[in-house]
Ligand binder design. Structure first.
Ligand SMILES: *Cc1c(COP(=O)(O)O)cnc(C)c1O
Length: 222
C-alpha cells in the first residue's frame, strides 16, 4: 500500500460513525487522486476552479467533488454541472448565483454557509450574527436549486489547541441554534464541515461531520 493509501485507511478507520473524509487534493496531480481512489476514497476537495475542471475531465465520474475554497460568482457556471457540494458560501450574492447556474443545468446543489469564527481578519465568511440574520431572513427558502446543508468553518491557524477547540465549539453551538430555529423543519441541514490536517482530531470531538484533510494524506503542497 502507498503512503497515500495508508493515510486514507488510518484516517477513515478512526472516524466516528457519520463523519466523512473530504480528501483535499488541491495542487496534487490526478495520479495522487487515483491512488486514493483505489483505496476507496470517493470524496475529494478542490479550491481552484480551473484545476477542478481539469481533474474532473480526467478522473472517474463517480467521484464526489467538493469545492472548498473561496468561490467567485463569475466562476460558478464552470463547476455547476458536476460539483457535489460547495462548502464556502460567504454571501447571498454567491448563493443566488449558485441557484441560477444550478437551475440552468437542471440540478440542485448542496451548499454550506461559511462561518467566520477564527481570530484572523483575512478569512472569509459570515460572522455568527450575519449567519443568524441571513438564515432568519429566509431568502434561501425561495432558491429552489440550492440546498442549505449546514455550516463550514476554519479555525485559527495556531498551536493553541484550546483556542481551536473553542472556535469549533462556537460553530457547533451556532449550528444547533440554527437547527432549532430557521432549519427546524429542514432535515437537509445536518453537515458541519470543520477540521484540517492539523486540527481534525479536535474537530471530530467538536461535532464535525466532514473533515477536510489534505497535506496529511498527500504530503506538503508544492
Ligand atoms: C487546503 C484546505 C484544506 C486542507 O488543508 P490541510 O492543512 O492540507 O489539511 C482544508 N480546507 C480548506 C478550505 C482548504 O483550503
Amino acid at each position: 500500500m502507498s503512503k497515500i493509501q495508508d493515510e486514507i485507511k488510518n484516517i477513515t478507520s478512526a472516524l466516528p460513525q457519520g463523519v466523512r473524509l473530504v480528501a483535499v487534493s488541491k495542487y496534487h496531480p490526478a495520479s495522487c487522486i487515483e491512488e486514493a481512489y483505489e483505496a476507496g476514497q470517493r470524496i475529494f476537495g478542490e479550491s481552484h476552479v480551473q484545476e477542478l475542471r481539469e481533474k474532473y475531465d480526467l478522473l472517474p465520474k463517480d467521484i464526489e467533488w467538493h469545492f472548498i475554497g473561496h468561490l467567485q460568482t463569475n466562476k460558478v457556471k464552470y463547476i455547476a454541472p458536476y460539483v457535489s457540494m460547495i462548502h464556502a458560501v460567504d454571501s447571498m450574492k454567491l448563493l443566488r448565483e449558485i441557484d441560477k447556474q444550478a437551475e440552468r443545468v437542471g440540478r440542485t446543489i448542496p451548499c454550506l454557509l461559511q462561518l467566520h469564527v477564527a481570530r484572523e481578519e483575512t478569512k472569509f465568511g459570515f460572522t455568527p450574527d450575519e449567519c443568524r440574520a441571513v438564515t432568519e431572513a429566509g431568502e434561501w427558502r425561495t432558491l429552489s436549486h440550492i440546498r442549505l446543508c449546514g455550516l463550514m468553518c476554519m479555525a485559527s491557524n495556531t498551536d493553541d489547541k484550546e483556542q481551536v477547540r473553542s472556535e469549533f465549539r462556537q460553530a457547533y453551538d451556532l449550528f444547533r441554534e440554527l437547527k432549532a430555529g430557521p432549519f427546524a423543519s429542514n432535515p437537509d441541514f445536518k453537515e458541519r464541515s470543520w477540521g484540517m490536517s492539523h486540527d481534525y482530531s479536535i474537530a471530530r470531538e467538536e461535532g464535525s461531520t466532514l473533515i477536510r484533510v489534505g497535506s496529511k494524506i498527500f504530503g506538503e503542497r508544492i
